[in-house]
Design a protein around this ligand. Structure first.
Ligand code: CU
Length: 131
């Protein structure tokens, strides 16, 4: 009985440690902040949010300001996967982007909320939170 119990505890510990190792890099708040700082900028009172599309979208989560003129720039660079096939339902946008290039999508002045972009198959996505 004691032996069984200690085996169960050992297995449980290994599982918990594995989960912690797995989850830690993704939930690191430092990294998310750096990403956001680099991909959102305001130039001449227009806000630009830049997303890279290749094997998915990055950064996956961006934070931007609401209620100011905003353009979304989606960059492809040798993108042969379906992340070049972009769908943004909330603005009725759907387009197959060039394999390499820059697509500029005018978002107007977004209200507070979340804008979601998807690949046409729905397997990759990104969100921009407007605050
Ligand atoms: Cu896809």
């Amino acid at each position: 009985m004691n032996r069984t119990a200690s085996i169960i505890i050992t297995v449980a510990l290994v599982i918990v440690i594995s989960i912690m190792l797995f989850v830690q890099p993704k939930s690191s708040p430092g990294l998310a902040k750096i990403d956001t700082a680099q991909n959102v900028e305001i130039r001449e009172s227009v806000q630009y949010v830049t997303i890279n599309a290749k094997g998915g979208y990055s950064p996956k989560v961006s934070t931007a300001k609401a209620n100011i003129p905003t353009k979304l720039i989606v960059k492809t660079n040798g993108t042969y996967d379906c992340s070049s096939s972009l769908v943004i339902r909330s603005i009725g946008y759907q387009k197959v982007l060039p394999q390499t290039g820059e697509e500029i999508i005018d978002l107007g002045s977004p209200q507070t909320g979340t804008l979601q972009g998807l690949c046409s198959m729905g397997m990759y996505n990104f969100v921009v939170n407007f605050n």
